[in-house]
Design a protein around this ligand. Structure first.
Ligand code: ADP
Length: 227
């Protein structure tokens, strides 16, 4: 790929603890800007479901709320980034989560002449994350996210987007695992805020408000950093 600055596909990173709304907002940005959402959590869950070697190695770590090894995650991300649809530009949701992953991403993007437009930190209160995560569920048909208290479908049990009535809850969305996931975030992922600040790529947004308000703020940031 050539590295013409004007035609470079966008690379956006969403940073934030579990429950901050990265997945929800990534889906909104995907639709609005025609980008591709890359969630390493989703890719890993697919690997677990498919019973691949990577999936087998990741399963127990994910169930305990720890981080899967950098090697596995970087390989999965590298393969996915090489697929043709990613040429439209990507929103990374849940990657990088360690400094090793961030450095690997810099190398990967360097190989194709791409650069990170922004790493956007979703700022939230930890205390609220447990409630958010404990009540969330997803449409099995299209992946739309819902919440028992904050975002119910218009017709109970039926997805607003695709009409499916197959709703799923993640195995790791329980109070004990959430505590480990928050701990992993603060110990291993939060340092990336300083990493991207040092590169002049950091943007922050208050992510405690209404989903639509946050989406609006994010859209402004994305427009600014991609124009
Ligand atoms: P959340 O951000 O709500 O915790 P994800 O779907 O992003 O949810 O991740 C679920 C789990 O998948 C994590 O707890 C972790 O075990 C694993 N995982 C996802 N992305 C990564 C990553 N980049 N590095 C290591 N482990 C990851």
């Amino acid at each position: 790929m050539t590295s013409d600055v004007m035609t470079r596909p966008a690379v956006l990173i969403l940073l934030g603890p579990p429950g901050a709304g990265k997945g929800t907002q990534a889906r909104v940005l995907e639709e609005k800007f025609g980008l591709v959402q890359l969630s390493t959590g989703d890719l890993l869950r697919a690997a677990v479901a498919a019973g691949t070697e990577a999936g087998k190695a990741a399963k127990a770590v994910m169930a305990a709320g720890g981080l899967v090894s950098d090697e596995i995650v970087i390989n999965i991300l590298r393969d996915r980034l090489a697929e043709p649809d990613c040429a439209k530009g990507v929103i990374l949701d849940g990657f990088p989560r360690t400094t090793v992953q961030a450095e690997a991403l810099d190398v990967l993007l360097g190989e194709t002449g791409q650069k990170i437009n922004a790493a956007i930190s979703l700022e939230v209160d930890d205390a609220a994350m447990v409630t958010r995560i404990s009540g969330r569920y997803t449409c099995g048909g299209c992946g739309e996210g819902y919440h028992d208290s904050f975002k119910q479908p218009v017709s109970a049990g039926t997805c607003d987007k695709c009409g499916s009535s197959e709703m799923t809850r993640r195995e790791d969305d329980n109070a004990e695992t959430v505590a480990s996931r928050l701990e992993a975030y603060h110990a291993q992922t939060a340092p990336l805020i300083a990493y991207y600040n040092g590169k002049g790529a950091l943007q922050t947004i208050d992510a405690m408000g209404e989903i639509e308000t946050i989406s609006g703020g994010l859209a402004k940031i994305v427009t600014d950093v991609t124009s």
